[in-house]
Design a protein around this ligand. Structure first.
Ligand code: SAM
Length: 257
């Protein structure tokens, strides 16, 4: 049976989301983000749409000084907070309720960070204007010469996605002004389904550079899936994803304020 699909679903399904973190695709994107973080020792990080703090924890493990996680869902943040408390280090990650499609100046964040992470959150912009505001917020919070790490969809219709080979699949595609609306299913029991929207600018790596450049980002790199231990361990299994990835992880540098 599919879990309910609505914008508030994260509020109720955090434990299922934890289970989804065990799926093969999650191992891959977690490693891609870890590669993107590479040497983050002593760095300050903001994780926009950071959910339960999956990547925040990885960043702290890799030596980051602190991570500020921003998310629209208080329940996701509360779950992340509890995990950090259990780890006995609740001073290194801070949690902020915030909507990336709105100005973020007043939620108590630092002025700027060494590294910003935006993993899957661009796939929740429902209009081009919302996507622009997300980029604007990301740029404003990233220091000059700071780094952006971002996982996002590039092809929800990739064969691997429709087959669900890596633990996730997509359905109910609907063209909307400026982009594509669809439903993502994480293949756990019960099936965890939630809506996503990816604007056309995001669905193409080259096109996405245009919007990012307008906000001062440069030196775009796509992290190669073939460089991950996950793929190296079983290249045959990952062949379909490598040939036609549904999602990618990019890094970029903030060149201008
Ligand atoms: C697929 S989850 C990814 C969570 C985390 N970035 C990760 O990679 O594990 C998407 C997250 O984006 C959050 N989100 C969606 N729209 C948002 C918005 N406008 N502003 C902030 N967070 C948002 C959701 O609440 C959810 O936690």
């Amino acid at each position: 049976m599919a879990a309910a699909v609505d914008k508030k679903q994260y509020e109720h399904l955090q434990s299922l989301y934890d289970a989804a973190e065990e799926l093969p695709q999650s191992s891959l994107y977690q490693e891609l983000v870890r590669i993107g973080l590479h040497d983050c020792t002593g760095k300050t990080i903001v994780d926009l749409g950071g959910g339960t703090g999956l990547h925040a924890r990885n960043a702290i493990d890799k030596g980051a000084k602190s991570v500020d996680v921003v998310d629209i869902s208080p329940a996701m943040l509360e779950a992340g907070k509890a995990t950090e408390r259990d780890l006995g280090r609740d001073d290194r990650v801070r949690w902020f309720v915030g909507d990336m499609t709105k100005p973020l100046e007043d939620i108590g964040l630092e002025k700027e960070y060494d590294i910003s992470m935006v993993n899957w959150t661009f796939d929740h912009a429902e209009t081009v204007t919302e996507l622009e505001t997300m980029w604007q917020n990301t740029a404003a919070l990233t220091k000059k010469d700071g780094r952006l790490i971002s996982v996002r969809m590039v092809n929800p219709k990739a064969t691997s996605s429709t087959e669900g080979k890596y633990g996730g699949s997509f359905s109910d595609f609907e063209e909307i002004p400026g982009g594509l609306k669809y439903v993502y299913h994480a293949h756990i029991m019960p099936l965890l389904s939630f809506p996503a929207t990816t604007m056309s600018e995001s669905l193409d790596f080259e096109k996405s550079k245009l919007i990012a450049r307008r906000y001062g980002f440069t030196e775009f790199k796509k992290i190669s899936e073939e460089d991950t231990e996950v793929v190296k361990k079983d290249p045959e299994f990952w062949k379909m994803h490598v040939a036609d990835p549904a999602f990618i992880c990019i890094t970029a540098i903030k060149a201008e304020d």
